[in-house]
Design a protein around this ligand. Structure first.
Ligand SMILES: [Zn+2]
Length: 323
């Protein structure tokens, strides 16, 4: 991953490039911004530029390859074990950072999901940030920078990463993945500005499975109890993709509402299902659509509180199909 191959975030790239060129890198950075927008890729690109044998993050040399494989001995990555980053993990990093670099001239430590630092770990890290050792660089990555200690934030140079706009992400998807325009727009809308989602494993799910699930949803009618239970079971069984499935159902009813209110097509998510959308919107009224959206939200609420999945899905589908 070189700076050049990172999509977007030009301002952040330029700041880091200039700092590298002028030897004015801060001893600690905080890369902040939503999940999946490329903070970690940027941090790895910076590490590569620092370790690279030819000094530019060439991608060919042994050092660059080790960064790509996350096995460079001078690169340390810390992330939550379970839900927290614990003090023992920070202490281990402190020990590592106190040693000389093994191969290069600097040691780099990434703290991924820094909001996971528990209070003891955060206080221990603060000591390191207050008394930085020469030849060390600490990069904190966080989607929730407001939850970090003020004293940690103020010791870091902060770089903000924004979500990509839907239009820009769609352009990139069309260009990079060779998707059709409508497909690229669907993906961009569902990925909500996140590269991780847009380029991740969910592509098939968003482009193909989404249509199947919506078809099954639309096919349910009042009183069709057996198909309803069947669909509820199917959704509940696919635990991993359940949040995404709910996103998709929500996007569908939101699309119908937008059509009802005469909003422009460009605001729709399911642009590749225009025919279905128009057909369904002809028979739906805004109050009923709002009830369906509320039912989905309620299901999400229940799932987060570990209510039985099958039951949550049955309740949701019954509310959706209620006359
Ligand atoms: Zn290199």
């Amino acid at each position: 991953m070189t700076f050049a191959s990172i999509i977007d975030h030009d301002r952040q790239k330029e700041i880091l490039r200039q700092a590298l060129k002028n030897g004015r890198l801060a001893h600690a950075y905080l890369f902040e911004g939503p999940e999946g927008v490329g903070k970690k890729l940027m941090a790895l690109a910076l590490a590569r530029a620092l370790f690279c044998d030819s000094g530019n993050g060439c991608g060919e040399c042994a050092a660059c390859r080790k960064v790509d494989h996350l096995n460079h001995p001078d690169l340390h990555i810390l992330s939550a074990e379970g839900t927290q980053i614990k003090i023992d993990q920070v202490r281990e990093i402190q020990r590592d950072l106190s040693l000389r670099p093994m191969e290069g001239t600097i040691k780099v430590c990434l703290i991924d999901g820094a909001e996971g630092l528990n209070p003891a770990a955060a206080n221990a890290l603060l000591k390191t940030l207050e008394e930085p050792r020469p030849g060390t660089l600490i990069i904190l990555l966080s989607a929730k920078p407001e939850t970090l200690l003020d004293t940690i934030r103020s010791r870091c140079q902060r770089l903000k990463f924004n979500r990509l706009s839907r239009v820009r992400l769609a352009e990139i998807l069309e260009h990079r993945l060779g998707l059709e325009e409508a497909e690229a727009q669907v993906m961009a809308a569902l990925a909500d500005g996140s590269f991780k989602k847009a380029f991740g494993n969910n592509q098939d799910f968003y482009l193909k499975e989404r249509k199947e699930r919506l078809k099954a949803l639309v096919a349910l009618s009042t009183g069709s109890i057996f198909p309803l239970f069947e669909l509820a079971q199917e959704l509940a069984d696919d635990k991993e993709m359940l949040p995404e499935t709910l996103d998709i159902f929500q996007s569908f009813y939101r699309d119908l509402l937008l059509l009802k209110y005469g909003r422009p097509q460009s605001e729709l998510v399911n642009l590749d299902l225009r025919e279905t959308l128009h057909r369904e919107s002809a028979t739906e009224q805004p109050p009923a659509l709002l009830k369906k959206l509320a039912a989905i939200e309620q299901a999400r609420f229940h799932l987060q509180r570990n209510v039985n999945r099958q039951l949550a899905m049955e309740t949701m589908l019954m509310a959706i199909t209620a006359p």
